[in-house]
Design a binder for this molecule. Structure first.
Ligand code: ATP
Ligand code: MG
Length: 564
């Protein structure tokens, strides 16, 4: 999506979108900034989720709006948790979402430069090797209103620091015995500036650099400098990094940079009701078997959403719609779902499928006769054409579309009422057959042969149109229907988010569907009329996942809020 054509302040596309970040960038461009360069910097320690999609949409969107570039940079400075497998998955998910990075880069490629800069800092008297353990260092940092305590090693000479730091790299000390710290100010109001740790000793092989390194830079030493190496102009990150910005600037201000100095700007994380975005909690859901993996259709991961039948275009439209803000907030998951529904309403082919089948026998249907009725594939899209749906004297209808003894406003099928079978005939129920427990097992009906296609020649009206499937032609398919993964609206706010889980977030059953539904290509979404949208599983034949229902829950929520 990011273009490679060079742009200048004059020919930069005029951005349509406006927000506090784009307004700042527009001012920078007006001040003569030649090219806007951004990056999306995931740590390859998990799969991307819808929160990452917000960051992606912003970084790539900004680059696109200003005719600039956006890199994918793996922030792989922490060897314990990171794996190439995740990097591969992130690359795939980014492409699936519809974005292509200008360059794919790894912070680990900068280890040598980061190390050289650390030596520069030592030589400038701005960093020292500390022999204290992590706990002591953390203790001495103090807190707001609590003074910091200088390390007894703070005033080592440049020569001694250089020798020790080189010794750290060369493997002369065990893990954790020494760290490199910036020498800033142990009394600073900004805690991050109280001599932060820049390097740790960790004999953990790195996925890309193997055993080349046994010292690894911290986030604070790696991130801004990686931005600087790549010529990033605007480093957009989430609000929790606001506290780190003074340190980000401090590091860059004390180094010789190859390009201009990048500028960090923070924006609010995306939070959605009834789910969590924390990788730690998502990993627990997988490990504890609450879900069937990172790509479970209930997961807020991009992989989960892909299996669930969420189209990338609808996710992008949602991300654009919510925009960026400076304060954290919670968005209703129903809003995301409304984007999914709107997309499928325009594109999904209509099919008939009965989720909870009840047998209907048409007693006056000529024995052995079959009919094929023409049905519209998508009323929203004439080009989608029509199909033939087989009809016969034995049908399946939805169990809750029939009642023996209905209340007043029940207009669907009941003894004596006439209803329309969609695209088919008008039928009238005569009686129902019950089993010993009183449950209806069969409804007997008569049909009016004059009403083929659904209209009565005498113009008489019926109040209800129902979906159906010819029993002799129906195929059995497995349907997975999902509810909220967390019944709790904001599980992240609980002491243990797992306490907010919905114990019944998945229901699996067999449905009866018309033959055309079975032909749905893997990964494609159809609408089962009157029921909802369903995606054909990418691997399992005759298996569908419910994407979303037909009712616009978001409109309902908004109305309720207006009335309050
Ligand atoms: P976690 O803390 O769960 O491990 P993370 O934020 O550290 O997640 P990264 O892989 O480091 O995950 O994130 C890559 C980028 O995506 C970062 O710039 C991060 O700020 C951004 N990001 C992560 N989660 C969200 C979110 N919910 N909303 C917006 N941006 C996000
Ligand atoms: Mg992170």
């Amino acid at each position: 999506m990011s273009s490679t054509t060079p742009s200048t302040a004059d020919d930069a596309a005029v951005p349509e979108r406006s927000d506090f970040i784009r307004d700042t960038i527009r001012a920078d461009v007006a001040d003569g900034l030649e090219e806007v360069v951004t990056r999306f910097p995931p740590e390859p320690n998990g799969y991307l989720h819808i929160g990452h999609a917000k960051s992606i949409g912003l970084n790539f969107g900004v680059a696109d709006d200003f005719g600039g570039r956006c890199n994918l940079r793996f922030d792989d400075t922490n060897p314990e948790a990171e794996e190439q497998e995740f990097a591969q998955a992130i690359t795939e998910d980014l492409a699936w979402l519809g974005f292509s990075p200008d360059r794919v880069l790894y912070a680990s490629d900068y280890f040598e430069q980061l190390y050289a800069w650390a030596e520069d800092l030592i030589e400038a008297g701005l960093a020292y090797v500390d022999d204290q353990d992590a706990e002591t260092i953390s203790e001495q940092r103090g807190g707001y209103g609590r003074p910091g305590v200088d390390s007894p090693y703070r005033d080592r000479s440049v020569e001694e620091n250089l020798t020790l730091f080189r010794g750290m790299r060369a493997g002369q000390f065990p893990d954790g015995e020494k760290v490199l710290r910036a020498k800033i100010d142990m009394q600073h109001d900004v805690m991050q500036l109280r001599d932060p740790v820049l390097y740790r000793i960790r004999r953990v092989p790195h996925d890309r650099t193997g055993t080349d390194w046994i010292i690894y830079p911290t986030y604070d030493w790696a991130h801004g400098q990686s931005d600087a190496i790549e010529g990033i102009t605007h480093s957009l990150c989430t609000l929790e990094f606001a506290d780190h910005r003074p340190l980000y600037d401090w590091c860059l201000n004390h180094l010789e940079l190859p390009h201009g100095k990048p500028e960090q700007t923070e924006f609010a994380r995306l939070n959605l009701t009834h789910t969590v975005m924390s990788k730690r909690v998502l990993a627990r859901l997988v490990a504890d078997g609450v879900v069937d993996g990172w790509d479970d259709p209930r997961m807020p991961t991009l992989r989960g959403m892909r299996r669930r039948g969420y189209p990338p275009a609808a996710i992008r439209a949602f991300i654009d719609h919510i925009g960026v803000a400076k304060t954290n907030s919670m968005h209703d998951i129903e809003l995301l779902e409304s984007f999914i529904r709107t997309h499928h309403n325009a594109h999904a082919l209509r099919r008939m499928g009965v989720m909870d089948p009840l047998k209907v026998v048409i007693t006056n249907w000529p024995e052995g006769q079959e009919d094929a009725l023409e049905a519209v594939n998508n009323p929203e899209d004439e080009a989608a054409g029509t199909r033939q749906v087989p009809f016969s004297g034995e049908l399946w209808i939805e169990r809750d579309d029939f009642m023996v003894d209905p209340p007043k406003k029940f207009y669907r099928l009941s003894p004596g009422t006439e209803v329309r079978l969609r695209g088919g005939y008008l039928i009238t129920a005569t009686d129902a057959e019950l089993d010993e427990s009183g449950e209806v097992v069969q409804v007997n009906c008569t049909y009016d042969p004059e009403t083929r296609g659904g209209q009565a020649p005498d113009g008489r009206k019926v109040k209800s149109t129902m979906h159906w499937v010819s029993a002799g032609h129906a195929a059995d398919v497995t349907v997975h229907e999902y509810d909220r993964l967390f019944s709790e609206p904001n599980p992240g706010a609980l002491d243990d988010p797992m306490d907010g889980l919905n114990p019944d977030s998945k229901r699996t059953f067999t449905a009866k569907v018309e033959p055309a539904a079975v032909e749905t290509p893997p990964g494609e979404v159809i609408q089962f009329e009157r029921v909802g949208y369903f995606v054909a599983d990418a691997q399992e034949p005759r298996t569908f996942h419910k994407v979303v229902g037909l009712r616009d829950e978001w409109a309902r929520i908004q109305k309720r809020r207006q009335n309050n």
